[in-house]
Design a protein around this ligand. Structure first.
Ligand code: PBG
Length: 331
């Protein structure tokens, strides 16, 4: 195609009026693009999280109200993360398998309140339950064991599915876990329970506030580099995604979000499957810090960053700004 040149071509022409900008807009962001991560606590009170200004841990009694709020705003799905009491954490993370753990009680409370009016996504990994803060079982040297961990993750997934989870989201980055979790879900009759694989999850410096929120920061010694990905790698992300899809993932996730938009775009272009992005805690904290410093306006920063995910090809975004964004989008 031959392009006309200036002055026949003036790209500013279609930008001149709001109606025209609306007409030519290539992507739209709606509340239905959002997944709202929520933290749950065993205490009776709402607990504000200092590292995430504006975000709290909610008691089980209060979590259903948040889910109802999400549904009313048009947010289709919430993601749950428990802050397990210290005395319930152990080297083996056994609390993850307790049918009455915080996660399962929260799932049931939301289901009772909302029926199937909202999707419940649950994180599969052991870090909220281990006394050492790693996502899996460790050997004497502190190395996270793959296959032994996967067996526990299967049991954890079945525990969450039995409590009523709609989407199982393994965030652990063990090899081979999607296939065996899918097999176990099928065997137990959970045919419609989805798997959203944290397929390309990087060993990132942006998870700090989250670890405060689930209470694992002080416990964690060392890092997660033997299982989470090297931020230098892109091709490897495509291999991770290919494996998780081949093992039966219904959708895949890239995490963190904005610093890894290139990965979102590559995954979408290569696989043409639903790709989600997680705008993680450190990204939320950066926006809030910018706002507090007078360096930007919250509403605009939130909507611009979320639209960036849509432009990159994401089907949706997990974001702690979900409720605020939905309110803005709903006018
Ligand atoms: C743990 C998990 C993490 C996040 C989600 N699940 C942290 C980690 O891997 O250490 C991070 C989310 C965020 O920072 O918002 N399995």
């Amino acid at each position: 195609m031959t392009q006309p040149s200036y002055p026949a071509l003036r790209l500013r022409r279609t930008r001149a009026a709001a109606w025209s900008r609306a007409l030519h807009r290539e992507n739209v962001l709606t509340p239905a693009d959002l997944i709202w991560p929520l933290f749950v606590t065993d205490s009776d009170e709402e607990e504000p999280i200092a590292a995430l200004p504006g975000v709290s841990r909610w008691p089980v009694a209060g979590i259903a109200a948040r889910a109802r709020e999400a549904a009313a705003l048009g947010i289709p799905c919430i993601a749950l993360f428990p802050n397990t009491q210290a005395e319930r954490r152990s080297a083996g993370g056994e609390e993850a398998l307790n049918p009455d753990n915080l996660m399962c009680r929260a799932i049931r409370a939301i289901r009772d309140a909302c029926g199937d009016g909202i999707g419940i996504l649950t994180d599969v990994a052991l870090d909220p339950y281990t006394s050492h803060g790693q996502d899996g079982l460790i050997d004497d040297a502190g190395y996270v064991l793959n296959d032994a961990t996967v067996s526990v993750l299967v049991a954890q997934s079945l525990n969450q599915a039995a409590a009523g989870a709609d989407i199982i989201a393994p965030s652990d980055m063990m090899d081979g876990r999607i296939g065996v979790i899918r097999e176990a879900l099928e065997r137990e009759g959970h045919h419609n329970v989805q798997i959203m694989a944290y397929a390309a999850k990087y060993a990132s410096a942006f998870y700090g506030p989250f670890r405060d929120a689930v209470g694992s920061r002080g416990l964690l010694k060392g890092d997660k580099k033997t299982y989470q990905m090297d931020p230098a790698n892109g091709e490897e992300a495509l291999r991770e995604v290919a494996l998780d899809l081949a093992e039966g993932a219904d959708s895949v996730m890239v995490k963190p979000g904005l610093p890894y938009l290139d990965i979102v775009a590559r995954v979408k272009a290569r696989f043409e499957v639903p790709v989600f992005a997680y705008q993680v805690s450190g990204e939320y904290a950066m926006i809030e810090a910018a706002v507090a410093a007078g360096a930007g306006e919250r509403d605009a920063l939130v909507l611009e960053t979320l639209m960036a995910f849509k432009r990159a090809g994401a089907s949706g975004v997990l974001t702690y700004h979900a409720a605020q964004a939905a309110r803005l989008l709903n006018g």
